[in-house]
Design a protein around this ligand. Sequence first.
Ligand code: AMP
Ligand code: MG
Length: 406
Amino acid sequence: MPVSSPYRLVDIDHALHTILAHSPLLPVESVSLAAALGRVLAADVAAPVNVPPFPAAAKDGYAVIAADTSRRRQVLGEQMAGRVGDLTVVPGAAVQITTGAAIPPGADAVIMVEQTTPQGDWVEIESAVAAGNEIRPVGEDIAAGEALLPAGATLGPAEIGLLAAVGLAQAPVYRRPRVAILSTGDELREPGEALLPGQIYDSNRFSLAAAVAQAGGAPAPVGIAIDSSAALGQALLAALADHDALLTSGGVSMGKLDLLKPILEAHGQVHFGRVMMKPGKPVTFATVQGKPIFALPGFPVSALVSFELFVRPALRQMQGDRGWRRPRLQVTLAHDLEHDAHRTEYQRAAIYVEAGRFLARSTGHQGSGRLLSMVGANALLELPPGSGHLSAGSVVSALLLQAIGD
Ligand code: AMP
Ligand code: MG
């Protein structure tokens, strides 16, 4: 009898839904605006004040009375942005004003400087203006009480600017998931050390830490665990103590020292242990002490592809983001492609635009260990099972990971 895994092969959607059902929303914290970029808002925000809070000049010029017909007006003085004097505009007079300054009492219009000719203490007005001309009324940009941002919004430059514009110095956001990252394997060494026979450098801990940070999480690399049940069990419990989730790589396939699944079973619940996909078939998901544990395969590409499909959505959801889905594009293959006939295969590709169409070019040899196949890739082609061969010109679906260049 050939050796077979005790774990049922689940499909990709089932795996994702299982993960999302066990990835709890994190508590809310308050952060300063300087630390708010990329965070997800935890409450609706309405404007506490009007912007502008006072009628403000929209142009540099003179504050005047619109109904005043005198061609020459006496300039009573100036009112600059941020300074409010005690000047009142009366018929036959004007007050010089700069953009953003409060309109002085008496005035009901601003005439821009380009339509005036200054003559000492007097100014000549070239043309009549209507009441309200070049005045930004109270609340023109934002009205007090107006809904500004909904809970769930990801804070980018405009959102952060809006919060500042209405005087809010802090934003309520969901905490970032603190994710422990553990590499497993006797063969792994730290970059910078010399390799002994049979050893390789640990790359997953670094690629996965970067991926966690890009997904808005706080990566906490906790080292390399050797292939021993005791070491793995200890590392697992230690990592869980002060993190929201654990990400491991290696030790989940069918080798003699792939020890992780039984350890996860012993400490918690394994929800699935294999997924019908390529690469990433041995990806395993468990919960221990109510916290999600993503046990990713060891091969560097398998680890990153399964991170993209399963871990990133979970980390986004934990920090309150409901819009975590990647855009899906229909793309045309620029050349023939071989793919797995039985499992959905995610191939790394560069999408580009040619003659108004999205074309896809493979990044080359798609081996699970060949991290270079992810370099220069801005998309994962989703190739469902089939004949195993796709001809140039076939249209396939692609998950867009990064911007499309020229
Ligand atoms: P495993 O699933 O532990 O059998 O690992 C599968 C393959 O991935 C083996 O060739 C490992 O040497 C390799 N591998 C496991 N962990 C890492 C890692 N952290 N960095 C680079 N390669 C790894
Ligand atoms: Mg291993």
